[in-house]
Write a protein that binds this ligand. Structure first.
Ligand SMILES: CC(=O)SCCNC(=O)CCNC(=O)[C@H](O)C(C)(C)COP(=O)(O)OP(=O)(O)OC[C@H]1O[C@@H](n2cnc3c(N)ncnc32)[C@H](O)[C@@H]1OP(=O)(O)O
Length: 394
């Protein structure tokens, strides 16, 4: 029999140790723990017990997710782990149920996470709401075009200075882009705790004198020479991002620049004289979203101009979400009209931020069509001008 309860603060470190072991990593040192403990929110760290012994854990942090036209309170789920001698006995299932209940009680219509494996969370109604790409460039051959955006200046910062400045700069960086989440103070100190001593930071200052972008990067020396690994790069506009890329591609003694988790629509190849020098080496799932309160979540975003569509949503894990919703530019309501489209709540998550057109999910067999005219209308309703991107690990 598995019991799940919120852990006391005195038990938090046991939870982190268990999670790290589940990831096959060593538990944090005292110094790392001192930096990270602020990321654990009292009341939101769950433990699963078997005969009084801690065998599983999951936690969440209060956040807000940018959605088309607004923001929605969202529980940022992380640090999910089950002790290796207790896997595949329903421990995760028990943790997820308790967590959904808690997320709802806190008035968060959405839960979100980054997944270690793509096969774990769909069964609980999570779907891939944003994706990202990994790019790799040979520095000597990646030359910027003259017409690529240019302006302002880039300066390198000490880590201490970055610690103070970056939270404020992040606030200016595309705060309304769907998929973007907030980075509270504990996130920053926790993240510095994860990064190595060799990490460097560059900040871009716009022509108006305002710091409006930054890159966090790390030199890595290996058999293929020296690479700059970019951990984080964001800017308020295309000029800030282009200048940071120019800077990284201009650092002496570097052979390659490798950047993970970049937005799919970053126009890096368009900025280069030889677009093939921007090699996309991976496109992967980024943020997984779970609409725990479908009506509230759907109401939190805006929709494009089109005729309203009645969609039937299935939800085996949270059955009170199941039913028909009329979705239109003027709002969302429960409906008793005949559904035009039908889908599972996990497929709805893939539409929620505009990552996938409805028509793609129709072709994938994930949306059933009862009225063919509704597909084009739903494409226009859910479609967004900007590709969603999260870009924040948690
Ligand atoms: C947001 C994050 O923190 S992501 C981090 C996730 N954690 C890790 O990857 C650490 C290593 N893995 C683990 O700790 C565990 O294996 C977990 C947490 C992934 C799964 O925990 P478990 O207690 O084994 O899951 P549980 O027994 O509740 O499984 C529920 C269902 O999911 C399936 N499942 C769970 N994990 C996996 C997996 N890794 N691959 C395939 N299926 C899985 C189970 O087979 C089961 O299916 P069923 O309902 O059809 O029988």
């Amino acid at each position: 029999m598995i019991d799940v309860r919120a852990l006391a603060e005195a038990e938090f470190r046991d939870s982190v140790d268990l999670f790290r072991r589940a990831l096959l990593r060593r538990p944090p040192t005292d110094e790392e723990w001192a930096r990270r403990r602020g990321m654990l929110e009292p009341g939101r760290v769950l433990g699963a017990f078997d005969g009084g012994e801690l065998v599983g854990t999951a936690r969440a942090a209060s956040n807000r997710l940018a959605v088309p036209g607004g923001r929605v309170p969202a529980g940022a789920v992380t640090a999910v782990g089950v002790r290796a001698d207790h896997t595949r006995r329903g421990v995760l299932r028990a943790l997820v149920r308790a967590q959904f209940e808690d997320v709802r009680q806190r008035g968060e219509p959405v839960a979100m996470l980054h997944a270690t494996e793509a096969v774990i969370y769909e069964r609980f109604g999570y779907g891939v709401a944003t994706r990202h790409r990994r790019v790799e460039l040979e520095r000597a051959r990646a030359v910027f075009r003259d017409d690529a955006p240019r302006g302002g200046r880039v300066r390198v910062l000490t880590r201490e200075a970055a610690d103070l400045l970056l939270p404020e700069v992040y606030e200016r960086c595309a705060p309304d882009r769907p998929g973007r989440i907030e980075r509270a103070r504990p996130w920053w100190s926790g993240t510095w705790g994860f990064l190595g001593e060799d990490v460097l930071v560059a900040v871009h200052t716009g022509a108006d004198g305002v710091d409006d972008g930054f890159a966090v990067y790390e030199p890595k020396h290996g058999e293929r020479g020296t690479a700059l690994e970019v951990h984080d790069l964001t800017g308020a506009d295309a000029t800030a991002v282009a200048q940071l890329w120019r800077f990284l591609l201009g650092v002496d003694l570097v052979d390659r620049v490798v950047a993970h988790e970049r937005p799919l629509d970053e126009p890096l190849e368009w900025w280069l004289a030889d677009r093939r020098q921007c090699r996309v080496t991976e496109v992967a799932d980024d943020l997984w979203v779970r609409l725990v309160d479908v009506l509230a979540a759907l109401r939190a975003r805006s929709y494009g101009a089109a005729d309203p569509v009645v969609v039937e949503v299935r939800d085996a894990v949270l059955p009170d979400n199941a039913g028909c919703y009329r979705i239109g530019p003027d709002g969302v309501e429960r409906s008793s009209a005949a559904p035009q489209l039908g889908l599972d709540v996990a497929a709805l998550a893939a539409l929620y931020l505009g990552d996938q057109p409805v028509s793609t999910l129709v072709a994938a067999g994930r949306v059933e069509v009862r009225d063919p005219a509704a597909v084009a209308a739903a494409d226009r309703l859910f479609g967004t001008a900007v590709t969603p991107w999260c870009g924040t690990g948690f």
